[in-house]
Ligand binder design. Structure first.
Ligand code: FAD
Ligand code: FES
Length: 275
């Protein structure tokens, strides 16, 4: 059994950690837009996490993890030298990287870790990349430097105006489109409500939009059905049919409802863990 040893860890913001983990086989096959399923230990649940970055030569992958519940909080306590039991992947379809001309990336919170490898690949392909990265407040801003390195322009927004432009990512997107910028693609990841709003705005402007969806997942290989989402009226599985989908065709209200369906169980699991 391979040992997935943590070789580096950095705190990016309160409750958000970056990990570098030895996983040579995954690093060799990883592509932008794909994810892994991590199980920390024998009794651990399986959680999906996007491949933030990787290096095939050095055999490592990088993950950015926001602590939102029991397992992500437990992972936040792992340190350099610790190892996680299983990492399955790379999973999901890689993002379609093509020449679109101008691409606008719209990400909220830890969604910026999901968008980063895609933005990087789209820029390497020759697109002009404008990244809009949004956070609630200044202390939660992550990955700004990383985005500046791989984007032609970066707009940081904070809800409270404590850093960058005051407002939501969707306000910045609306201003950009109204100022005459004509992207060939908008790519978005983050809170469901944000992705829904992004889709509403770009629909009005007729701009192709992909959203990386984040439903609850269990196996990540199309067998359990936990990740089902409705796209253009059809039931599909985000793990094997996505995670990217045409945002204009996604039923975001259903996705939000399904993400909230185990709130009570998640609260109990976290309470038990903390006690
Ligand atoms: P729980 O107590 O289980 O849940 C807390 C909250 O997280 C709930 O509101 C619930 O709606 C949501 N959630 C629970 N389980 C899942 C799940 N399996 N998938 C999605 N949301 C869930 N998070 C990151 O921090 N970094 C990433 O790079 C990242 N990439 C993701 C890629 C994909 C394809 C998907 C589907 C999710 C990704 N997530 C990512 C979300 C992450 O998987 C969840 O935050 C995590 O599973 C929560 O587990 P928990 O036990 O800590 O919290
Ligand atoms: Fe089980 Fe997608 S996670 S089918």
């Amino acid at each position: 059994m391979p040992k997935y040893v943590i070789t580096a860890k950095r705190k990016l913001a309160p409750r958000v950690n970056w990990f570098r983990i030895q996983a040579p086989l995954i690093a060799r096959r990883a592509q932008p837009g794909q994810f892994v399923i991590v199980r920390l230990h024998e009794k651990g649940e399986r959680i999906p996490l996007t491949l933030f970055d990787w290096n095939a030569n050095e055999g490592f992958i990088e993950l950015v993890v926001q602590e939102v519940g029991k397992t992500t909080m437990e992972m936040g306590r792992y340190n350099v030298g610790d190892h996680v039991l299983n990492i399955t992947g790379p999973l999901g379809n890689p993002t379609h990287i093509d020449m679109y001309g101008v691409v606008v990336i719209v990400c909220g919170g830890v969604g910026s870790a999901v968008c980063y490898p895609v933005a990087k690949a789209l820029r390497e392909r020759g697109n002009k990349v404008i990244s809009i990265i949004g956070f609630r407040t200044r202390e939660l801003v992550i990955l700004e430097e990383e985005f500046r390195r791989i984007s032609d322009e970066v707009i940081v927004t904070t809800d409270d105006g404590s850093y960058g432009v005051k407002g939501f990512t969707t306000d910045a997107l609306r201003s950009l489109l109204e100022s005459g910028v004509k992207p060939g693609l908008v790519y978005t990841a983050g809170p469901v409500i944000m992705m829904k709003k992004v889709a509403e705005i770009t629909r009005r402007h007729g701009v192709l939009t992909y959203a990386s969806l984040n439903p609850i997942m269990v196996d990540g290989t199309g067998m359990c059905g936990a990740c089902r989402v409705t796209v253009e009226g059809r039931t599909v599985f985000a793990c094997v049919d996505g995670p990217d989908f045409d945002a204009h065709k996604v039923d975001f209200d259903e996705l939000a409802k399904r993400l909230a369906q185990y709130t009570e169980e998640e609260r109990i699991a976290l309470e038990k863990y903390l006690n």
